[in-house]
Design a protein around this ligand. Structure first.
Ligand code: NAD
Length: 246
């Protein structure tokens, strides 16, 4: 989702900084940006650390002269986090909350002064349908995403007067490395599991990175200037089906 969105921003003329702990993934995204004629910058590091978040903002401003849009997208859902609350170790809880929620707070904290200097801006947070409705066995991940939605509302009301908007997206199942890793662990195997996940969505397929990129770039644009403190489900109707799905 990060890669597709970075490329879409570049295609629409934005300069894009990518931050990723995985250097190879970051370089691949950077290469895509260059292929569409865009200008990109890669910062490698763990976004759960304040010093890294600070560096991402500082290097962006040095390179591009300012900051207008922050897309908080980083997230993890490790295989060993699919368990009950009692079986969730403190270490795993801290790591998931650190990457999925604290990094969003830190990136916003360091980005806000730069957005203010530009006379306004937009923060878009990638939450999840799992922040809206619950299923068993994902306590830390679900809590992190509920926190992202709350943080989004908080930021929106605190900074609206400064023309800084904050919006969340709640993706359904999207075809990414994260989902492929989880589908590969299903008893029916990768391809069958992806198809089955797709059928759970009323639209009949799982989403793509481009589905996300289209919405994020819209939310970042002036066309979305009256939207703040809200979330948008990009989920093929999954949340409309809701608890009646079974
Ligand atoms: N894939 C889905 O179906 C789905 C659904 C709802 C929400 N989400 C959320 O969407 C976001 C993107 O997910 P994705 O499926 O594209 O994941 P992904 O695993 O495919 O990509 C995530 C990227 O984040 C990087 N990353 C992980 N930990 C990091 C850290 N500590 N610091 C810096 N970079 C780090 C990874 O290297 C990777 O490049 C996440 O917040 C995820 O929770 C995903």
């Amino acid at each position: 989702m990060g890669r597709a969105t970075a490329v879409e921003f570049a295609r629409q003329g934005a300069n894009v900084t990518i931050a990723d702990v995985n250097a190879a993934a970051g370089r691949e995204a950077l290469a895509h940006i260059k292929r569409v004629g865009g200008r990109g910058l890669l910062v490698i590091g763990d976004l759960a650390r304040a010093s890294v978040c600070q560096r991402v903002v500082r290097r962006t401003v040095e390179q591009f002269g300012g900051l207008d849009v922050l897309f908080n997208n980083v997230g993890i859902q490790p295989a060993d986090s699919y368990c009950t609350l009692e079986d969730t170790s403190e270490q795993l809880w801290d790591r998931i909350l650190g990457v999925n929620l604290k990094s969003y707070f830190l990136m916003a904290k360091f980005a806000l002064p730069e957005l203010r200097k530009r006379g306004g801006g937009v923060v878009i947070n990638n939450a999840s349908v799992q922040g809206l409705q619950s299923q068993k066995g994902v306590p830390a991940y679900a809590a992190s995403k509920g926190g992202v939605l709350s943080l989004t509302r908080q930021l929106a009301i605190e900074y609206a007067a400064e023309k800084i908007r904050c919006v969340a997206i709640c993706p359904g199942t999207i075809d990414t490395e994260m989902v492929r890793a989880s589908a590969a662990r299903e008893p029916d195997g990768l391809e069958a599991a992806l198809e089955r996940f797709g059928k759970q969505h009323p639209i009949g397929r799982i989403g793509t990175g481009q589905d996300i990129a289209n919405v994020v770039t819209f939310l970042a644009s002036e066309r979305a200037s009256f939207i703040t403190g809200e979330y948008v489900c990009v989920d093929g109707g999954y949340m409309a089906l809701g608890a009646w799905a079974r």
